[in-house]
Design a protein around this ligand. Structure first.
Ligand SMILES: C[S@@+](CC[C@H](N)C(=O)[O-])C[C@H]1O[C@@H](n2cnc3c(N)ncnc32)[C@H](O)[C@@H]1O
Length: 285
């Protein structure tokens, strides 16, 4: 699928995340590679660990962790094109020994019970039925293993007029992704992990802030300033091209912009939203 440029009809037929993968968007989670590294620390990852990244997208974070920490990272995603791109990335970065990407559904992971030291999601669990997904994550974990998630939250107490706008943004993301999207409070994330049988659960609130550290990490992960500049120029060209050609793409970007403005940029609403780094352990017995 990814081997040849797609026609505009093929592009319009792609699901939202397949489309974003086609554009080569590196990652979606706020907090970026800084939060990925933090989550790895919280899950105590090291080079001897076997990690599952559910909803790995195009494998950017997965490859980053395989390189940075040296752990073995298995990535699954339901979007076929994302997995193709992830495999291409691993090959290009010489990480085929340290990564394994395959199509897989968070609700029915294609692995035996007790396979992994850690299961990680970044901006994936917020689109899932957590009751089913977290139990499935716990199933494939070894006893003593860790679930680590980076997912968005909304505060519990929000003045009604701002809460309404945030709900509007949730609906926008639900519509453009075709997936249910409702933000939990940090306490609800904790409770849902506990209900899956995990213990020592902690949910840490984080605020999205642009950081120089993140830019540096991104430049490094893209092979230096030139690679970074080339990537962004390429992304801009593709976005402008498809926006001009396709009404459907235009609509998607407009909606995406509106949703992001409410959740991330508009001070009056964005202050009630952020992301949690939450972890929980599978009991030894
Ligand atoms: C917001 S993207 C996040 C991708 C990546 N983790 C990141 O941080 O950039 C959500 C991803 O979850 C995947 N996804 C959605 N539902 C899924 C499911 N049931 N099983 C596996 N992956 C799923 C989508 O295809 C998409 O790649």
């Amino acid at each position: 699928m990814s081997g040849h440029p797609l026609s505009i009809q093929e592009i319009e037929a792609l699901g939202y995340y397949d489309f974003m993968s086609y554009l080569e968007v590196p990652y979606f989670h706020i907090g970026g590679l800084v939060s990925t590294e933090k989550l790895a620390e919280l899950c105590r990852l090291d080079r001897n660990k076997k990690v599952l990244m559910v909803g790995c997208g195009t494998g950017f974070s997965a490859c980053y962790l395989a390189k940075k920490v040296g752990c073995l990272v298995v990535g699954v995603d339901i979007a076929e094109l994302s997995i193709e791109k992830a495999k291409e990335r691993a090959k290009k970065e010489g990480l085929e020994e340290k990564t394994d990407f395959r199509i897989g559904d968070a609700y029915a992971l294609p692995f035996e019970a007790g396979t992994f030291d850690a299961v990680i999601t970044e901006f994936v669990s917020q689109f899932l039925d957590r009751d089913r997904a977290f139990r499935e994550f716990a199933r494939v974990l070894k006893p003593g293993g860790c679930v680590g998630i980076n997912e968005m939250y909304r505060e519990k107490e929000i003045p009604p007029r701002h809460a309404e706008k945030i709900t509007h943004a949730e609906n926008i993301f639900g519509e453009i992704t075709g997936l249910p999207f409702t933000l939990q409070t940090p306490e609800e994330w904790k409770k849902e992990l506990e209900e899956a049988g995990l213990v020592n659960v902690r949910s840490r609130k984080c605020r999205p802030t642009p950081s120089l550290e993140e830019t540096k990490k991104l430049i490094g992960a893209m092979g230096g300033t030139l690679g970074f500049a080339r990537y962004f120029a390429g992304l801009m060209v593709k976005m402008i091209k498809y926006t001009l050609i396709s009404k459907k793409v235009r609509y998607r970007f407009r909606q995406l912009g509106e949703g992001k403005k409410i959740l991330l940029r508009k001070k009056s609403t964005a202050k009630y939203v952020g992301y949690v780094l939450a972890t929980g352990t599978k009991p030894e017995k």
